[in-house]
Design a protein around this ligand. Structure first.
Ligand code: NAP
Length: 250
């Protein structure tokens, strides 16, 4: 019997990550749901997955911290086995403001949570997946944002710049590991209904902006999850270093 495929979803307890964890599980993956602080949401999701017959583990780890990332990957090695897919999804947003108001602490928090975390998790994934290290290959999917292109002026250019870094990470890493059996792609969601907009200080942001979206509505986490799953799947085997925009045409 073929070994079960294994996926780590960082920030998998809520929002886009939770929809992604569910979809991978429905498609036969053993899933690691990582979260930082909301244990209730992650545990609730895990119960839902196991009640449907899926296999999953829940691992608390702040993926901006190297020691936590090492512990996260070691746990997956021991409890689920050989890693097939990493979805770098965990991210934060802070209150809307212009650059003049931004403190160094805020900017550093955005960068460490949204950029350092993706680098550290990708590094650990490459060590396990790369055929140069005896791995079987695999796929990394980075959750970037349409903000990488828009720049999010007057709202959060720090967040937008962190996502620009993810686009560049996707390109560079994809070329670095292409010959070693690893594909690296990225999705760039637009306005998606999750708790994140409340963190930005405007829970109703999508309602304010949705008339500007050509499809005239915000997106669902499940619609992003489908794209992430496709980029991890056997259906996208000639795609690497690519960006898939999910912005309703915006
Ligand atoms: P969300 O509902 O706020 O969920 C964010 C998740 O990230 C939570 O599970 C949170 O953990 C986790 N997280 C944050 N920092 C972490 C850390 N240091 N270590 C581990 N986990 C951490 O947000 P979302 O909208 O689903 O966002 C998911 C991704 O999509 C993010 O990268 C975001 O930038 C991107 N995105 C979202 C939108 C949108 O409109 N929603 C648009 C474009 C891109 P806890 O549950 O423990 O708090």
């Amino acid at each position: 019997m073929e070994d079960q495929k294994v996926a780590i979803i960082t920030g998998g307890g809520r929002g886009i990550g939770a929809a992604t964890a569910k979809l991978f599980s429905q498609n036969g993956y053993a899933v690691c749901i990582n979260y930082k602080s909301d244990s209730e949401a992650a545990t609730y999701l895990a119960k839902d997955i196991t009640s449907q017959g899926g296999k999953c583990i829940v691992v608390q780890a702040d993926v901006s911290q190297e020691s936590d990332v090492l512990r996260l990957f070691d746990t997956v090695d021991k409890e689920l086995g050989s890693l097939t897919v990493l979805v770098n999804n965990a991210g934060i947003l802070q209150k809307q403001m212009r650059l003049e108001e931004m403190s160094a602490d805020r900017i550093n928090a955005i960068l460490i949570n949204n950029v350092t975390s993706y680098f550290l998790c990708s590094r650990e994934a490459v060590k396990r997946m790369s055929k140069s290290y005896g791995g079987l290959g695999g796929a990394i999917i980075n959750v970037s944002s349409g903000a990488a292109r828009s720049g999010s002026p007057n709202e959060y250019i720090d967040y937008a710049a962190s996502k620009g870094a993810i686009d560049t990470l996707t390109k560079g890493l994809s070329l670095e590991v292409a010959a070693e059996g690893i594909r690296v792609n990225c999705v760039r969601p637009g306005l998606i209904y999750t708790d994140m907009h409340a963190d930005g200080g405007e829970p109703g942001r999508i309602e304010r902006l949705k008339s500007k979206i050509p499809l005239q509505r915000g997106g669902l986490p499940e619609e992003v999850a489908e794209a992430i799953y496709w980029l991890a799947s056997e259906k996208s085997t000639f795609s690497t270093g690519n960006y898939l925009d999910l912005t309703g045409g915006l």
